[in-house]
Design a binder for this molecule. Structure first.
Ligand code: T4K
Length: 393
């Protein structure tokens, strides 16, 4: 078909098309994260194997292979897979038979504190260090009482806690240390896996995490005896067909999730490299914006660029919520991780340690934070769009 239009009309049509494409690009929503998914065709052979064997769960072959592969990749001695990070946290506290009061952070996802309540443990909230967003080691000792038995700390945004200082305090007072390492997949500290610190570390493999198995999680532990106890606990307490050793739960990861994890491991180095690239660009582009503060990566740390939090100060032209709204209106959906603070929620706010005056830093940060979009498929153009909105306020 021959179009009978002159050069001027063609030029106008082209301009309209270009504008429409521009609008389409601008209106495509950008979320805080998007899971990395390998090409579907690569997953089909794994599914065929499962269909063939009919082993769907209960410590099947993919489950065993993923545990071994993750120990090797992460550089940790033992690891037990779970259905999700929250059940892994609940089980970690059971595995160590923690009782009484547990020191923890208010600045985390609510699952951290909920895991304590599910074990009838009393959270004792301690403020965070403004340089890391993690438990402030200078504030821990004053919160210890004869009822304190453990410290549940979070490597927030994947940044290492003050692991040496926390361990020294724990050793002095005879406390156990458990790390909620939901954000810390692949993080290395002083040349070794960060997950080696503490009595146990708990990972999340949720869809929104650096390494995902759709849903999933794991406990990293130092020895085979603890690993065996955890394995019993996540399988109703069964030690064998006839022996039930504890009131365990069903926390087992399925074969489909485990197989998917194995495939994800083939891609993880590229995923981490792309995340670090995006993080470096944000740092460069936003490092000098008046009123916007960034978190430094702590020394001796090889991070995983799990999140990119910015903190909106009073000298920025907009309030945090106004900037959040401006971004959302432009189709950029950051998230205020972690707002509201856990300690403002109904099940925690009456605890003496939940009082705002006890948690000035966490309270302030919760009101300043926005986590910006960061995921491997984020394009350079999308990222520039996010930056433009922040710089141009
Ligand atoms: N400890 C800490 C420190 C944690 O951060 C978490 C979980 C846990 C423990 C517990 O681990 P799990 O039991 O979850 O394994 C998300 C996640 O649900 C949660 O796993 C995560 N922390 C928390 C920080 O963030 P939401 O409510 O913000 O997620 P949602 O559904 O709003 O997702 C955020 C964005 O991600 C969406 O806007 C779009 C995108 N998305 C999300 C999902 C679920 C996708 O593109 N695909 C998806 O499937 O809580």
């Amino acid at each position: 078909m021959k179009l009978d239009i002159g050069p001027a009309d063609a030029c106008t049509a082209l301009k309209t098309l270009r504008n429409d494409l521009g609008r389409l690009r601008m209106s495509k929503p950008i979320y805080v994260t998007q899971p990395h998914l390998p090409p579907l065709a690569e997953f089909v052979p794994y599914l065929e194997t499962i269909w063939e064997s009919k082993i769907l769960t209960n410590n099947g072959p993919f489950h065993k292979r993923l545990e071994d592969a993750l120990c090797h990749y992460l550089g940790v001695p033992h690891l037990a897979l779970f259905t999700n990070g929250t059940i892994a946290l609940v089980t970690a506290l059971q595995a160590l038979r923690i009782t009484g009061d547990v020191i923890t952070t208010p600045y985390s996802f609510v699952a951290t504190a909920h895991a304590l309540l599910w074990n009838n443990l009393q959270p004792v909230f301690v403020d965070i260090d403004p340089n890391t967003c993690n438990l402030d080691p200078d504030r821990i000792e004053e919160a210890i009482t004869p009822q304190t038995t453990a410290i549940l700390a979070v490597h927030c945004y994947g940044n290492p806690c003050a692991v040496e200082r926390i361990q020294r305090i724990a050793d002095t007072y005879g406390l156990r240390v458990i790390y909620d390492a939901a954000h810390a997949f692949g993080v290395r500290y002083r040349g070794e896996s960060l997950l080696q610190h503490g009595a146990l570390s708990v990972l999340s493999f949720h869809a929104t995490k650096v390494f995902n198995t759709f849903e999933g999680g794991a406990i990293v532990c130092p020895d085979s005896t603890t690993k065996q106890r955890i394995d019993y606990l996540k399988n109703f307490g069964f030690a064998d067909e006839l022996t039930v050793t504890a009131s365990g739960i069903n926390g087992k990861m399925s074969e489909v999730n485990a197989a998917f994890g194995l495939l994800q491991l083939d891609h993880i180095d590229r995923v981490l490299a792309r995340r670090r690239e995006l993080e470096a660009y944000y740092r460069e582009a936003l490092g000098q914006v008046t009123g916007i503060a960034l978190l430094e990566t702590p020394p001796n740390t090889e991070g995983n660029a799990a999140y990119f939090p910015i903190f909106v100060n009073d000298n920025y032209p907009l309030s945090r919520d106004a900037l959040y709204q401006k971004l959302a209106e432009a189709g950029v959906f950051g998230r205020r991780y972690f707002y509201p603070l856990i300690t403002t929620m109904p099940m925690y706010r009456k605890l003496p340690s939940a009082a705002r005056h006890n948690l000035p830093v966490a309270s302030r940060f919760a009101e300043q934070v926005i986590c910006l979009p960061l995921y491997p498929a984020l394009t350079g153009d999308d990222q520039a769009r996010v930056v433009e909105l922040i710089v141009g306020s």
